[in-house]
Design a protein around this ligand. Structure first.
Ligand code: GLY
Length: 340
């Protein structure tokens, strides 16, 4: 079986992402040579676990967004201290996006920066979260508000993990894959799973290499995310990230239409691709409160000056300032959501 290797080119911090069945067995080759011990961070429901030759300990963290917080980072730091983890050692995050975000942040802050390797076990983790060094946790005021850019030393996307991935989580991953469809125009569903994941990693790797700290083009990866984050928070995370991103891209298409950046045919294409091709929800089942959502969108951490959106347009998808509440209201009207 062919495995794929995609490099994230970041000078002396460049690293490889290995995609394929059984790549977890290649973990040793991604560990920093200096590492004499490892702390593996994972969750109870993660079946895939690495076997390490160096001494290691495993710390299990809670499942669910409510555990993605600073208390978990403190607990992990105490475990690192008890185990005697040094900044020459390594943290290994084994799990979905939540685990790799937490493991990455714990590693970034331990001794002001300790290497981390991610073993992504969900589709979202493989095509997005584990790649590119965004790490962090939530606080009461919002998602991922505390964090750091901390690039891993390597990433493994072991497709064996997808065999037991619940369907809903698979759909969430497809939300991010559909995002790459709009960013590149690639027919990603035409590819077999290993090639599809490798291609998504390649698309993200290129964007991260060009703009590691999101001062420009990396923001395009947030297509559909402004409404998505607001929907996730207002539903108390009952709407999962990938599902919310799918709805968020439909909303973004309507906002772009309200601003006369795209025509109705392109809005329809968003419905076709997201709803039919990818089989994702194009609107939430629950009632929404548009005023609460607009308020949350105004306070999105990406909104540096007023409402900033990633929108489709005549020159493709780009970051657009100058979106008004009237545009958002027009988009909500057009989506015909059930309102509170
Ligand atoms: N998930 C968006 C990014 O990594 O920039």
């Amino acid at each position: 079986m062919t495995n794929h290797r995609v490099d994230v080119a970041l000078g002396d911090r460049s690293y490889s992402v290995l995609v394929g069945h059984g790549v977890i067995n290649q973990l040793e080759e991604l560990l920093p040579k200096s590492a004499k011990r490892a702390v593996v961070i994972t969750q109870n429901n993660i079946v895939l676990q690495p076997e390490l030759k160096i001494p290691s300990t495993t710390v299990v963290i809670g499942d669910g967004e409510e555990h993605k917080n600073l208390q978990t980072i403190e607990m992990l730091s105490q475990k690192f201290a008890e185990f005697g983890l040094t900044r020459n050692d390594v943290v290994v995050g084994v799990g979905g996006g939540m685990v790799t975000d937490i493991a990455g942040f714990a590693a970034a802050s331990w001794h002001r920066g300790t290497p981390v390797v991610h073993v992504a076990t969900s589709l979202v983790g493989m095509v997005d979260a584990a790649i590119g060094g965004k790490t962090g946790v939530n606080i009461a005021q919002g998602k991922n508000l505390v964090g750091a850019f901390w690039q891993p030393s390597g990433v493994l996307c072991d497709l064996d993990a997808l065999k037991t991935l619940p369907q809903r989580e698979m759909r969430c991953g497809l939300g991010e894959v559909a995002k790459y469809h709009f960013l590149t125009g690639d027919d990603l569903l035409a590819l077999e799973m290993p090639e599809r994941i490798a291609r998504c990693v390649e698309i993200k790797a290129k964007i991260v290499a060009a703009d590691e700290r999101e001062s420009g083009s990396r923001a395009l990866l947030n297509y559909g995310h402004t409404l998505a984050h607001a929907l996730e928070r207002s539903s108390n995370f009952s709407l999962a990230h990938g599902e919310a991103v799918a709805v968020g891209m439909i909303f973004a298409a309507h906002v772009a239409h309200a601003m006369q950046r795209i025509d109705q045919a392109r809005v329809d294409e968003h419905y076709r691709v997201i709803g039919q091709t990818y089989g994702l929800k194009v609107k939430p089942d629950e009632k929404i409160d548009r005023h609460a959502l607009i308020n949350l969108m105004k306070h999105d951490k990406k909104a540096i000056s007023g409402l900033t959106f990633v929108l489709d347009g005549p020159s493709g998808i780009e970051v657009v300032a100058g979106v008004t509440e009237a545009h958002l209201s027009q988009a909500f009207d057009a989506m015909q959501l059930i309102e509170k």
